[in-house]
Design a protein around this ligand. Structure first.
Ligand SMILES: *Cc1c(COP(=O)(O)O)cnc(C)c1O
Length: 495
C-alpha cells in the first residue's frame, strides 16, 4: 500500500517513508492511496483479543511494510500494563441510556494522545532502520498542551532521536506546563512561545518547509520529523481504539455484530475524529460522527455551512487542547471528499491567502451525510460537567464535557438513540480548577490540594504520574518569540 500527499497524488511513498517525513515535501499530508476494508469476521476475532493485539491487527491493515510480529511487539510494549495501568487499556463506561464514555486517559500523561505517542517512537525508529537512514531524527512539536508532554514521554531516552517542543506561553494549564518543563531525558528540549497555538504551529510548519534550513541541520547529521497529528504514524494508532470500543460493546451485548454505533469526539486539530472516520471507512459499523468544538467553533460553522473561516477572534477556554483555528488534519478529509489534489490545492491556497475557503455543494452534502457539528461555550461546558456528575456520578474533564454537551444537543435534535461512544480525551485530574468550579466547589489555590478535591469528588485515586510532579524541578523556563524558534532548534541540534 502506497501513501500519497494530499497536494500531489503522484508522489508515492511507503508507510515507513511517510512516517519518517511527517509532512510531505510539498506541505501536504500523507494518506493511504486506498482504504483497506475489514469483514465482520475480522471484527469478531478482534473482540477476543486484548487491546495490544487488537491494535496490532488494525495497524497491520495500514502499515504493510511492517511485519505482524513487529507490530505485535510494538503494541505489546506501548500498551503494557506498566504504561496503561487499567483493565482494558481503553475501557468503555456506561453513563446514560445510550451514552458510553471511551476512557482514553489512562496512559503516562493522562490524555488520549498517549495512544499515538507511545507507539510513534517504535514506528519511527523501525521506519528509519527499514530505510537505511542512519541519522538523528529531530522531532519538532507544536503543542497546545497535551501533545507536548505525550511526545516527550514517548521519545525521552529513545536512541537516535531528539525532541523539541514549543507550547504557547500562558496557553496551557499549570499542570500541563509543569508536565513539560519537568521532563527528564538528555534528548529533550522545551520552550514557551510568545503567542497562541497557531503561532507555535505556524513556526514549526515554517521550519519544516524551509529547505535551506534542512541543509543546515543535515550538517549536524539531523533530519526533521513531526510528532504532531499530521504524522500518519500518529493517526493510525488512534484508529485502533474505535475498533476496540466496538468490540467491547459487542462483548457486553450492547450491540450485535453489524449494529451501528455513533462516535462523539471533542475536536481540535481534527486528528482524533479523522481516525474515527477512517475506522468507519474501513467498515467498522459507525453511523454518525459527532464533531464537538468549544467556543472556538470554526469546525461547527464549517460543517454547518461549508465555509471554513479562520478570520475570527481566538478564545482561550477551559478546554485548551481544543483552542485551535486551523485544524490541520481536516486537509486529509477534504482530500477524501473532493477526491483530487487539484481542488485540494485550491482550497489550501485560499486558506493561506484569505484565511478562508468554501467547499462545493456536493462536498458539503457528503460531509453532512457523515458528520454532525456542534459546540459548547464555557457555560455549557461547565454545566455539562455538573449535570453528568449529578445524573451518573461520572466526573469528566472539560474537553470530554464539550463532547457530552454536543452529544446531548444532537440527541435532542435528532432523537437518534443509537449507542454512542463519547471520547474522554483527558483525565479530570489534569484540569482540576475548571472541574471544581463547574461542581460549585471552591478550588484550593494549590494544584496538589486540588488533586485531593477531585479524588474526593470522583472516588478515584490521584494518578501517580500527576502526584509526583510536586517533587520535580523545572528544567525548561525559556520564553521565545516565534521568530526565534529556528535558533532554538539549531542550538539544540548542535548539542
Ligand atoms: C489534543 C486534544 C484534543 C483534540 O484532539 P484532536 O485530535 O486535535 O482533534 C481534545 N482533547 C484533549 C484532552 C486533547 O489533548
Amino acid at each position: 500500500m502506497k501513501y500519497i500527499s494530499t497536494r500531489n497524488a503522484s508522489l508515492k511513498v511507503s508507510a515507513s517513508q511517510a512516517i519518517i517525513s511527517g509532512l510531505a515535501p510539498d506541505g501536504g499530508l500523507f494518506l493511504p492511496e486506498s482504504i483497506p476494508t475489514v469483514t465482520p469476521q475480522f471484527i469478531e476475532q478482534l473482540a477476543d483479543m486484548d487491546y495490544a493485539a487488537r491494535a496490532a491487527a488494525v495497524l497491520g491493515l495500514f502499515l504493510d511494510d511492517f511485519s505482524a510480529q513487529e507490530l505485535s511487539d510494538f503494541t505489546a510494549a506501548a500498551y503494557s500494563a506498566a504504561k496503561f495501568p487499567v483493565a482494558g487499556t481503553a475501557p468503555v463506561v456506561k453513563v446514560g441510556d445510550s451514552a458510553y464514555i471511551l476512557e482514553l486517559f489512562h496512559g503516562p500523561t493522562c490524555a488520549f494522545k498517549d495512544f499515538a505517542l507511545q507507539m510513534l517512537p517504535y514506528l519511527l525508529t523501525a521506519s528509519l532502520r527499514k530505510n537505511g537512514v542512519d541519522k538523528t531524527v529531530m522531532i519538532l512539536v507544536a503543542t497546545s498542551g497535551d501533545t507536548g508532554k505525550a511526545a516527550l514521554e514517548g521519545f525521552a531516552g529513545v536512541p537516535g532521536t531528539k525532541i523539541c517542543v514549543f507550547y504557547p506561553h500562558g496557553g496551557t494549564s499549570n499542570i500541563q506546563r509543569l508536565q513539560m518543563t519537568t521532563q527528564s531525558g538528555d534528548n529533550v528540549m522545551v520552550a514557551a512561545v510568545e503567542g497562541n497555538f497557531d503561532d507555535a504551529q505556524n513556526g514549526v510548519k515554517a521550519i519544516f518547509t524551509d529547505s535551506a534550513y534542512a541543509q543546515e541541520l543535515a550538517m549536524h547529521n539531523c533530519i526533521l520529523s513531526s510528532a504532531n497529528s499530521i504524522n500518519w504514524g500518529r493517526l493510525v494508532p488512534q484508529i485502533a481504539y474505535y475498533f476496540s470500543a466496538y468490540c467491547d460493546l459487542l462483548r457486553s451485548g450492547v450491540v450485535k455484530m453489524g449494529d451501528k454505533i455513533n462516535v462523539t469526539v471533542p475536536t481540535g486539530n481534527f486528528g482524533n475524529i479523522l481516525a474515527a472516520y477512517y475506522a468507519r471507512a474501513c467498515g467498522l459499523p459507525i453511523g454518525r460522527l459527532i464533531c464537538a468544538s468549544n467556543r472556538n467553533r470554526v469546525l461547527t460553522d464549517f460543517i454547518r455551512s461549508g465555509v471554513y473561516d479562520k478570520n475570527r477572534p481566538f478564545y482561550l477556554t477551559s478546554s485548551p487542547s481544543m483552542d485551535i483555528l486551523i485544524s490541520s488534519n481536516l486537509e486529509r478529509l477534504l482530500y477524501l471528499l473532493c477526491g483530487g489534489d487539484v481542488e485540494l490545492r485550491q482550497l489550501m491556497s485560499a486558506l493561506q491567502t484569505e484565511g478562508k475557503y468554501q467547499i462545493s455543494g456536493q462536498m458539503l452534502e457528503n460531509l453532512q451525510a457523515v458528520f454532525y457539528g456542534g459546540c459548547a461555550d464555557e457555560a455549557a461546558t461547565a454545566a455539562s460537567i455538573q449535570s453528568l456528575y449529578a445524573k451518573s456520578g461520572y466526573l469528566c474533564d472539560p474537553h470530554t464535557a464539550v463532547g457530552v454537551h454536543v452529544y446531548q444537543e444532537y440527541l435532542a435534535a435528532s432523537k437518534d438513540s443509537t449507542p454512542t461512544v463519547i471520547d474522554a480525551t483527558a483525565s479530570p485530574f489534569k484540569f482540576c480548577g475548571s472541574v471544581l468550579s463547574a461542581l460549585g466547589q471552591t478550588a484550593a489555590t494549590d494544584d496538589f490540594a486540588m488533586f485531593e478535591q477531585i479524588a474526593q469528588a470522583s472516588g478515584q485515586a490521584v494518578p501517580s504520574q500527576l502526584a509526583e510532579l510536586k517533587h520535580k524541578a523545572e528544567r525548561f523556563t525559556q520564553v521565545v518569540q516565534p521568530t526565534e524558534m529556528k535558533a532554538v532548534v539549531s542550538a539544540f541540534a548542535a548539542r
